[in-house]
Design a protein around this ligand. Sequence first.
Ligand code: PHE
Length: 344
Amino acid sequence: MQEQLKQLEKEAVAKVEGAQSLKEVNDVRVAYLGKKGPITEVLRGMGKLSAEERPKMGALANEVRETIAAAIAEKNARLEEEEVKRKLKEQTIDVTLPGSPVKTGSKHPLTIVIEDIEDLFISMGYSVEEGPEVETDYYNFEALNLPKDHPARDMQDSFYITEDTLMRTQTSPVQTRTMEKHKGKGPVKIICPGKVYRRDNDDATHSHQFMQIEGLCVDHNISMSDLKGTLETVAKKMFGEEREIRLRPSFFPFTEPSVEVDVSCFKCGGKGCSVCKQTGWIEILGAGMVHPNVLEMAGFDSKQYQGFAFGMGVERIAMLKYGIDDIRHFYTNDVRFLSQFKQA
Ligand code: PHE
């Protein structure tokens, strides 16, 4: 019986040693130490032993059990440790490796120009408005002092949706829309950036869709000098502190008087070069004093209120500012073009 127990101990310990996983160790434990295991079996035969031998055998059986249990515990500990080591090795991160760069986009040049101008006007107490791109004939033309048969409509060939709706040809309809909201009470100080549409053959400087920024200031005692001072501030902000502006008489049905505004050439400083076509001046926008008819149609008393308005082409400003030679670059989504404005 003693032999049998010693033999079982040897067997069990050898199997524990040879086990490759926690599961295999557990299988050995169940097989040898379980209630139906061989040790229990051997102990059943203890009844045949003498009274002196019985406790000795009992003690030996316990010893064998303990030895096997200890072997199991030790093996389990070793297997667990190995597992942790293996995981650590597999999952180590080398923090000294260079990271993979994340590609970031950049703002579109037109967005940069619009945001610069918005910042400037917000700092002067203006708010930013929006208006619909599909506009009624009334707001796009009639309320701007351009009745149905007015020849000046020819200047803005349009995409009509129906007889009375069209893709707006200018951001000026937002003037009337905003004034109506103020119900005849000033001041009104807004700018409105947005897309406009004209029937045009696209080329390096023309596009059937482009962007404008409209400006409108209506209050008591507004004069031409307010217009000039404001636009000079815009020119300096966009093209540099040394810039000057020049007003030339022009015509828009919704302003009287109307002007075309030039900025002194930022390339040659006014001496004459290819950018300013040897004139020293570059045209940047149209403007004027809001026509009394426009004020009245929008519900303002033109005896009490005056205003100035202006409209500038965003693409033109961006082309001048960044030296872009073709308006189509803005719309073709070429990343090589767009990524050049990261720092701008
Ligand atoms: N809406 C005019 C245009 O598109 C520009 C303009 C706006 C002129 C406001 C005067 C006042 O050409």
